[in-house]
Design a protein around this ligand. Structure first.
Ligand code: NAD
Ligand code: MG
Length: 396
């Protein structure tokens, strides 16, 4: 077996570290070709020391020079690049077999799109890519013969429960509905009047998963589940009315597919992202991921509830933007990124996130998603307006 070269976009993040954990277990199958991070020089240096990639990437020239100095002092040859152009190039080079798209937010769009256009195996954690530009991205995947494997645990579960030829269409495959499970986050049962005072620390304390801060806040507002509805729509060509969100607090069933004959196929496992990461890396084979076996006797029971669209406005907004189409979901994504960042900086209250998202959507008309320029323009405009609304303290 030839060793696969992997570019890890976002190697210092939660998904990036779990990806390197799986690579470490299988040196006969995988090697890190490029490790890309934003600004954590120390962490990236340690990763370079262990995995000795050909390339490492940081945000800017100053940080890149710092990393180069440290690598040379340690006798390491990894070449250091910087900026988004380097991310794009190192996602598309002929030597690259697979790209783990694990940057958070809109920053991952261009390199992930470049990987798809180069026909790579694209392992997609960075759901914002599909939320912003699902139409364009899926077109690039098809036009360039890329292999798209979902890493988001729910979509990975759905992928596992669908027939191999699901691209024929869900109806043709006898699929009635996709059952997208959601933990409900830390505030599923919190009294409504306490939500106004939620702190970033409380919002980031997810009951079942340890994740980056942005997705943790998204889980607390259930915007994450909304983004995942949009993600499922594009990945599986599923109409929104065939995507049912099911609140399942234990996060053991990662999602399921309901068929016309009454069968429901679900994927279960411990909440550990190394399972979907390893699946995406080895598909159609399966490899060890270091994940504890599921102990059903210990779990003993599984609960299910209907989602509360009143409490979790952001979930409704996701269905709304799918109905609008075009750049509406890019507008929502951009407003939400600004809102979450402001909440983490204590510039916006927790309930202000949904209110800001809604206000930005109401103020900006959506246009067609014709090309990347349309998406980027909608993204910039929405960020600008969202920031302005926060500055004017409209939701304080
Ligand atoms: P994180 O914040 O832990 O890590 C983000 C990574 O992206 C870091 O390596 C950071 O250096 C890099 N990055 C951030 N901004 C960048 C920029 N402008 N340019 C280059 N690199 C940049 O996030 P995470 O929790 O690992 O999530 C990554 C993505 O995976 C998100 O889209 C998230 O929604 C998705 N995801 C995460 C989980 C999870 O369990 N953490 C599960 C499902 C999906
Ligand atoms: Mg998920």
């Amino acid at each position: 077996m030839t060793v696969q070269n992997i570019t890890v976009l976002g190697s210092t993040g939660s998904i990036g570290v779990s990806t390197l954990n799986v690579i470490r277990r299988h040196p006969d199958r995988y090697q890190a070709f490029a490790l890309c991070a934003h600004s954590q020089v120390d962490k990236l240096f340690e990763q370079c020391r262990e995995f000795q990639p050909r390339f490492a990437v940081l945000r800017d020239a100053t940080l890149a020079a710092q990393l180069t100095d440290r690598l040379r002092a340690a006798g390491l040859k990894t070449e250091v690049r910087h900026g988004v152009e380097a991310l794009i190039e190192l996602s598309a080079l002929p030597e690259v077999d697979a790209v783990m798209a694990a940057i958070v937010g809109a920053a991952g769009l261009e390199p992930t799109l470049a990987a798809a256009r180069a026909g790579k195996r694209v392992m997609l954690a960075n759901k914002e890519v599909l939320v912003m530009a699902g139409e364009l991205f899926m077109h690039a995947v098809r036009a360039h013969g890329a292999t798209l494997l979902p890493v988001d645990s729910e979509h990975n579960a759905i992928f596992q429960a669908l027939p191999a030829d699901f691209v024929r269409g869900l109806d043709a495959c006898g699929v009635r509905r996709i059952l997208l499970t959601a933990s409900g986050g830390p505030f599923r049962n919190a009294p409504l009047d306490t939500l106004a005072h939620v702190t970033p620390e409380q919002a980031c304390a997810h009951p079942n998963w340890v994740m980056g801060r942005k997705i943790s806040v998204d889980s607390a507002t259930m915007m994450n589940k909304g983004l995942e509805v949009i993600e499922a729509h594009w990945l599986f060509a599923a109409p929104p009315q065939q995507i049912q969100v099911v609140v399942h607090p234990q996060s053991v069933i990662h999602s399921a597919v309901e068929y016309a004959d009454g069968s429901v196929l679900a994927q279960l496992g411990n909440p550990d992202m190394r399972t979907p990461i390893a699946y995406a890396m080895a598909w159609p084979e399966r490899i060890a991921a270091g994940v504890e076996p599921l102990d059903l006797f210990k779990i003993a029971r599984l609960d299910f509830h209907a989602p509360d669209f009143e409490r979790f406005r952001c979930l409704q907004l996701a269905y709304d933007v799918l109905a609008t189409g075009g750049t509406a979901s890019a507008i929502l994504n951009a407003a939400n990124e600004v809102a979450v960042a402001a909440f983490l900086e204590r510039d916006l209250p927790f309930l202000g996130i949904a209110r800001l998202n809604e206000a930005v959507l109401a103020a900006l008309p959506a246009g067609p998603q014709g090309n990347l320029g349309d998406v980027m323009a909608a993204d910039v405009e929405a960020r600008h307006l969202a920031s302005q609304m926060i500055r004017e303290r409209r939701f304080a």
